[in-house]
Design a protein. Structure first.
Length: 404
């Protein structure tokens, strides 16, 4: 389905061109003036800005790479995602659009929601909290960790909705069953709003629904853009809101692809604070036929994987730059590599270190673990120190060995 040019786009392009220096440079380099864009075909003349390129621009021109289009004093929040990437939130971006996803999932007044997403630096926890309050729900700000405590809160407070990664939701449920509680009889949870996974995630959700007597729902969002798509109860896939223009594009040329063909999700936003034009999310999807619910909006298939260099593990994107900087910060380490594999239903993150003599300083593994945690906001499951030549020079710095 080829998207029509939204009514808001001409004014948004002019605003971005006039107020965000990075957008002005991108359009000028492409010899495109805002008034030249009169159709989606015209928009394609503007090159895709990849997530890796956005990271480079922010590092070269901190903190926002020239994409901020309002005075910094007018911001509501500044979030920090792994990379690090800085994601500004304006006062008109309450909840970053998650209200649509929660309403579609039937979450609202009368619900008590345990929100287990992180409230620390990254946007997930806080923006979901904002959106939940906006739709009338009561929020228990659980955050990350303390699974035993959070599991008990589900029963004690009569929680009806749990927001979590799929694996952490399973951890909470198993913590209760391991204590002798019978689910679903011993809790009131009716909706699990889950973070996505690749592979057989939809089949896993169906199993969870049957096992725990609830419905599952999800959304597609990024820290840079906010909510991109949300589910309805009729069919699988994500409805795209009218506040975005989404294209599925060839990850090399940036050209839009026919409906049904897999490519990179490229987004142009109506966000006046942080206007991103033809932003390449790095996610792979394709356009689905219109939904049986009757909503004519574009619908995206569940994510198929990633393009580019970043690899997602445990709900966090790991960049080659983070592996490289880990090695550079550790004395005696010549090269570092991150290898992601699957251990049952869990992601396993191995940090390999190649040292000049193959020896192991007494605290090298601990130092490496702490360094990687600081850079990537994730502690590796395993650190392995290897002799010279252990990591081939032509191997990528981040390797994904999980089977689809």
């Amino acid at each position: 389905m080829t998207a029509a040019l939204p009514e808001w786009l001409p004014g948004q392009l002019r605003h971005a061109y006039d107020n965000a220096p990075a957008v002005r440079r991108i359009l000028d380099d492409a010899s495109v003036a805002p008034d030249d864009v009169r159709s989606v075909d015209d928009l394609v003349r503007i090159p895709v800005t990849t997530k890796d390129r956005l990271l480079e621009l922010q590092h070269a021109d901190p903190p926002f790479g020239g994409f901020l289009a309002v005075p910094a004093a007018e911001l509501r929040h500044v979030f920090v995602s792994p990379g690090p990437l800085f994601d500004p939130q304006g006062h008109d971006e309450l909840g970053l659009g998650f209200q649509r996803a929660f309403r579609a999932a039937g979450i609202g007044p009368g619900d008590i929601v345990l929100n287990t997403w992180s409230y620390h630096l990254v946007p997930a926890g806080l923006v979901m909290d904002e959106a939940l309050n906006d739709v009338g729900a009561t929020v228990v700000p659980g955050g990350v960790g303390n699974s035993e405590t959070q599991a008990e809160l589900i029963r004690t407070l009569g929680v009806t909705v749990v927001l979590a990664s799929t694996q952490f939701f399973i951890t909470l449920a198993e913590a209760l069953t391991n204590k002798g509680h019978r689910l679903p009889d011993d809790w009131q949870v009716r909706v699990a709003f889950l973070g996505g996974e690749f592979g057989d995630w939809m089949a896993k959700r169906r199993r969870l629904e049957q096992q725990y007597g609830l419905t599952t729902s999800s959304a597609y969002a990024t820290g840079d853009v906010g909510l991109i798509g949300y589910e309805c109860s009729a069919q699988e896939g994500y409805h795209v809101g009218d506040n975005l223009l989404v294209q599925i594009c060839d990850p090399v040329s940036g050209a839009p692809l026919p409906d049904g063909e897999r490519g990179e999700v490229v987004v142009t936003t109506s966000n006046r604070t942080y206007p991103l034009v033809r932003f390449g999310t790095g996610d792979v999807s394709y356009v689905l036929p219109p939904c049986s619910c009757g909503d004519p909006a574009m619908r995206l298939a569940p994510l198929q994987g990633r393009v580019g260099q970043a690899v997602k593990a445990k709900e966090i994107f790991i960049y080659p730059r983070q592996a490289e900087e880990t090695g550079l910060r550790l004395a005696g380490v010549d090269r570092a590599q991150v290898v992601i594999s699957r251990n049952g239903s869990r992601d396993h993150v191995l940090l390999r270190l190649e040292t000049s003599d193959g020896g192991t300083a007494p605290d090298l593994a601990q130092q490496a673990s702490e360094t990687f945690l600081a850079l990537a906001r994730m502690r590796p499951d395993e650190v392995r120190v290897e002799a010279p030549g252990g990591i081939s020079a032509d191997e990528p710095l981040v390797v994904d060995r999980r089977q689809p």
